[in-house]
Design a protein around this ligand. Sequence first.
Ligand code: ADP
Ligand code: ADP
Length: 230
Amino acid sequence: EEIVKLEGVTKEYELGLIKVPALRGVDLTIQVGELSAIVGPSGSGKSTLLNLVSGLDRATSGKVFVAGSDTSLLSSSALARLRLEKIGFVFQAYNLLPVLTAYENVEYVLMLQGRPAAERRARAMQMLEVVGLGGMAKRFPRELSGGQQQRVAIARAIAAEPALVLADEPTANLDSKTAAALISLMVQLNEEKGITFILSTHDPAVMKRVKRTIRLHDGAIVERPPDEEA
Ligand code: ADP
Ligand code: ADP
């Protein structure tokens, strides 16, 4: 069963009169239950690809299917609903909200989904426990280490039991030990809960732990690794 399918996807950003090609004819299928990493040098299109799958941005041409829906046919509000119901994010642009505690950050997404209060409370606590932060529910992001903040972001991303979690450079800014623990958590969630993960990464230690590596170079998927890596 496919959860994500890209067919001939191109993306061009317009900077004034200049068109910057970011993806050039990408075909890609991700099956339910995969744990994949998108790798490639800086500027190769990794974030662009994740933004298109998340519906945060739209392709210039080609089709992006997520959970059976052709996202190019969805209105912005239908896309927002798809995102809220089916996709969890661990993106820099969706950092933890600094004025909310760890617990409130997780509960907030459940509130956006309209879940009843009792369910929200139970589930938010349960998710913090899953990521090993049950004792830190009342802490604000600034009172947590970088690795702990990323774990809260993962708890938030999985709280709504999404089919798919997208993580853009989830181990960036983490030391190698913390990064290893974080990737172990994702492997465990993938295996035990069947959540499909698509990560982007530069980190060779992360690449070793995933089941599939998708290599991008200049906006295209390449079969063989290029000699140099950024
Ligand atoms: P990566 O995540 O692999 O570093 P990106 O997807 O961020 O790559 O970028 C791919 C290409 O698109 C790069 O040439 C980058 O400069 C360009 N790009 C990305 N975002 C924008 C934007 N918002 N406006 C203009 N160009 C962009
Ligand atoms: P905005 O209205 O600022 O675009 P949203 O209301 O969509 O933001 O989301 C508010 C916050 O909830 C986001 O900053 C993000 O941290 C979090 N969030 C929303 N949807 C998700 C999701 N599917 N997975 C994880 N976090 C999410």
